[in-house]
Design a protein around this ligand. Structure first.
Ligand code: G1P
Length: 273
């Protein structure tokens, strides 16, 4: 059973300036809940009660959000407003939250390696909060992947089909189909030009990684955009036949972009609020 989930949350959120000037982008609300809380709830639902945040400067609000606010508790306790605190109280009670700071932004691979002291020698989930995933009425994406991990015991990436003109925004895989929704990955390319993309299957921000990934990242040179890419490290694992790609069940919203964020907001307001 996977117990830990790593959340790389050190990014600047430039696309949301000025909103993100002094507020972490992960704390922007989708209706009434910060984006990151959706991700944390998905991890908790998957049994990953230990949430490891790789943060950076200016991200203190994240640590405060996943802690008790005594003043607020004191003000609201016993009043009709108490119901508004229930959701976050549950999250705080059911999770353990740890953090480490990434001092320099050197890519997603580097962020994951920075989290190594919080993870140790065990398989773990990775959740990119920008990718908000909702599977109404069914298990969340990390829970789906965790179940697969228990069966196959290797790294797993979540994938979805994307149109050709969007493929260069993603890590892209190709592989042999092993069933309805599962592929054994043979190739992974970070943000390829459409003509170089090995398929239309794009990686979205959900991963299960086996702990040997840390040594592999250490040996992975900077790739696309001069950054250490998790995609390149996973290619090394895939060369040994140890990476699966899973076409998840549910909907994904690209909350790293303004239109995706608005779409998620409308969806949550209409369906979940
Ligand atoms: C990262 C990964 C990329 C993946 C994407 C999913 O890119 O590097 O492989 O497809 O997340 O959202 P980013 O969006 O951080 O540029």
């Amino acid at each position: 059973m996977i117990q830990k989930c790593l959340f790389p949350v050190a990014g600047y959120g430039t696309r949301f300036l000025p909103a993100t000037k002094s507020t972490p982008k992960e704390m922007l609300p989708v209706v009434n809940k910060p984006l990151l809380q959706y991700g944390v709830e998905e991890a908790l639902e998957a049994g990953m009660s230990n949430c490891a945040f790789v943060t950076g400067r200016g991200k203190r609000a994240i640590a405060d959000h996943f802690d008790i606010s005594y003043e607020l508790e004191h003000q609201i306790s016993g009043t009709s407003k108490e119901k508004y605190l229930e959701g976050i109280r549950n999250v705080i009670e059911n999770g353990v939250f740890t953090m480490v700071r990434q001092r320099e932004m050197k890519g997603l691979g580097h962020a994951i390696l920075t989290g190594e002291p919080l993870i140790g020698d065990q398989a773990f989930g990775v959740l990119l909060a920008d990718d908000m995933c909702i599977n109404q009425g069914g298990a969340g994406v990390l829970a789906q992947m965790s179940e697969l991990y228990n069966q196959f015991r290797c790294s797993i990436v979540a994938v979805m089909e994307v149109p050709e003109d969007q493929i260069s925004a993603y890590g892209v895989i190709s592989g042999e189909a092993m069933g309805d929704r599962l592929y054994r990955v043979d190739k992974m390319v970070e943000k390829p030009a459409p003509e170089d993309a090995p398929s239309n299957l794009a990686v979205i921000g959900r991963y299960i990684l086996t702990p040997d990934i840390f040594d592999i990242i250490r040996d992975t040179p900077p790739g696309r955009n001069g950054e250490v890419q998790i995609t390149d490290a996973l290619q090394t694992q895939a060369n040994k036949g140890c990476v699966l790609a899973y076409k998840f069940e549910g909907q994904r919203f690209d909350c790293g972009s303004v239109p995706g964020f608005v779409e998620a907001t409308n969806f949550v307001y209409e369906n979940l609020y």
